[in-house]
Design a protein around this ligand. Structure first.
Ligand SMILES: Cc1cc2nc3c(=O)[nH]c(=O)nc-3n(C[C@H](O)[C@H](O)[C@H](O)COP(=O)(O)O)c2cc1C
Ligand SMILES: Nc1ncnc2c1ncn2[C@@H]1O[C@H](COP(=O)(O)OP(=O)(O)OP(=O)(O)O)[C@@H](O)[C@H]1O
Length: 313
C-alpha cells in the first residue's frame, strides 16, 4: 500500500476507484463500502484509493481534539491488511477546506485519476459540506466517472457510525461496540514499568499508557484478550483501566493486564489489549489484601467467561 500525507504536488499515475471519509474505527459500515470498492477494482482493473484526513475536519475547524476509536497509525495498519493500493491521509488545510465541490471533484479526477466513486448515501464534501450525492451525480456527466451509492448498514434501527460506536464505548457497552466494529475495541502500546507490587501480590501484570487521542471506556475491570504483536501470540486475561487509587492519588490513566498462564518478560514489547466485557468499576480498597481478594474474584470471573480456554494461538 502506498501512503501519502501531503496535498501539494499530489499526483497518481494509475486509474483509481475511490472512497472517502474519516473512517474512524473502520466499522462494519465502512467495511461494506470498502468491499464494494474492492469488487469494482477487480472488475474494472482499477487501483483502490482511500482518501481521508489526518485530523478530523471538525477538530480542525473547532480546534478541539476529538477522541478517536483508532489512531491514524492503527487505521493505516487496518487498511494495509485489507489490501488497499493507495492511502491518502491529507492534512486538512484551509486551501482544501475552501475548495468548492466542483473544484474538489476536479482535483480528484485530474490529479488522482478517479474513474469511479463508492460512497455512502449521506456523503457530503467540499466547502461547508455543500456537495452531496446529487452534486456527485451531476458532476459525473461533466467529468465522466461512475458512481456507486451504498445505503447505510444499520444496527437496531440506527445507522452504524463512528459516533454511535464512541457512545457505546464511553458507556462500557463493549459487546455492542464489538458488533458495530466487527472486532473488539482495542488499545495498543508499548509496555512500561509499573511499581512491581503486582508480582509481590502473586498477580504479575503488564502496564501500558493510553494514547491521549483514544476514546477511553469507563475506568474499571475488563475481560480481555491480549496479543503480543511481535509474534502474534494471544492470551486470555483480565485488564484494569484506571489510576490505581488504592496505591496512590496521582497515577495517570493506564491499562494494566494479567495474562492467564503466561510466564516471561514482556518489557519493551507492544501489546494489543482487546476489551471484551466490562466487569466492574475501579475502586479504592482499604488495603492491598482487600484489593488482591477482589482481583482473584475478577480472575475467576474471566476464566469462567472464557470457559477455561487460555491461549488462543
Ligand atoms: C484485574 C485488575 C483489577 C484491578 N482493580 C483495581 C481496583 O479496583 N482499584 C485499584 O486501586 N487498583 C486496581 N488494580 C490495579 C492494582 O492496584 C495493581 O495491579 C497493583 O497495584 C500492581 O500494580 P503494578 O503493576 O504497578 O505493580 C487492578 C488491577 C488488575 C489487574
Ligand atoms: N453504516 C454505514 N453503511 C454504509 N456506509 C457507511 C456507513 N457509515 C458510513 N458510511 C460511509 O463511509 C464513508 C466514510 O464515513 P465516515 O467515517 O466519514 O462517517 P461515519 O462512519 O458515519 O462516522 P461519523 O459518526 O464520524 O460521521 C462515507 O461515504 C459514509 O457515507
Amino acid at each position: 500500500m502506498k501512503y501519502y500525507n501531503h496535498f501539494e504536488d499530489l499526483k497518481l499515475h494509475h486509474n483509481t476507484v475511490i472512497t472517502l471519509g474519516k473512517f474512524d474505527g473502520l466499522h462494519e459500515g465502512h467495511r461494506n463500502l470498502i468491499e464494494t470498492m474492492m469488487k469494482v477494482k477487480e472488475k474494472k482493473g482499477l487501483r483502490a484509493l482511500i482518501f481521508t484526513f489526518s485530523v478530523p475536519p471538525k477538530s480542525h475547524i473547532t480546534g478541539q481534539p476529538m477522541p478517536v476509536i483508532t489512531t491514524n497509525e492503527e487505521k493505516r495498519a487496518l487498511f494495509e491488511e485489507i489490501g488497499v493500493d493507495y492511502f491518502i491521509e491529507c492534512p486538512f488545510s484551509d486551501e482544501l477546506m475552501r475548495m468548492s465541490p466542483r473544484e474538489f471533484v476536479s482535483f480528484l479526477v485530474n490529479e488522482l485519476q478517479v474513474k469511479c466513486f463508492v460512497v455512502g448515501e449521506d456523503f457530503c464534501f467540499g466547502y461547508q459540506r455543500a456537495g452531496n450525492i446529487e452534486t456527485l451525480e451531476e458532476l459525473s456527466k461533466e467529468f465522466g466517472y461512475d458512481l456507486f451509492v451504498k445505503s447505510k448498514i444499520q444496527h437496531k434501527g440506527r445507522d452504524i457510525s463512528s459516533t454511535y460506536i464512541r457512545e457505546e464505548l464511553v458507556a462500557g457497552n463493549m459487546k455492542t461496540a464489538e458488533k458495530l466494529l466487527g472486532y473488539p475495541y482495542f488499545i495498543e502500546n508499548k509496555i512500561v514499568h509499573g511499581n512491581h507490587i503486582g508480582r509481590k501480590m502473586g498477580i504479575p501484570t503488564v502496564n501500558m499508557e493510553i494514547d491521549p487521542q483514544k476514546v477511553i471506556p469507563p475506568k474499571g475491570v475488563y475481560v480481555s484478550r491480549i496479543t503480543i504483536l511481535d509474534d502474534g501470540s494471544t492470551y486470555m486475561g483480565i485488564s484494569n483501566i484506571g489510576n490505581k487509587p488504592t496505591i496512590g492519588d496521582d497515577y495517570p490513566t493506564g491499562v494494566e493486564s494479567f495474562l492467564f498462564d503466561f510466564d516471561g518478560d514482556l518489557y519493551g514489547k507492544v501489546l494489543r489489549v482487546s476489551l471484551l466485557y466490562y466487569v466492574r468499576a475501579e475502586r479504592k480498597f482499604e488495603n492491598l489484601d482487600a484489593l488482591k481478594a477482589q482481583i482473584d474474584k475478577d480472575i475467576s470471573f474471566a476464566r469462567e467467561y472464557y470457559g477455561n480456554v487460555t491461549k488462543v494461538c
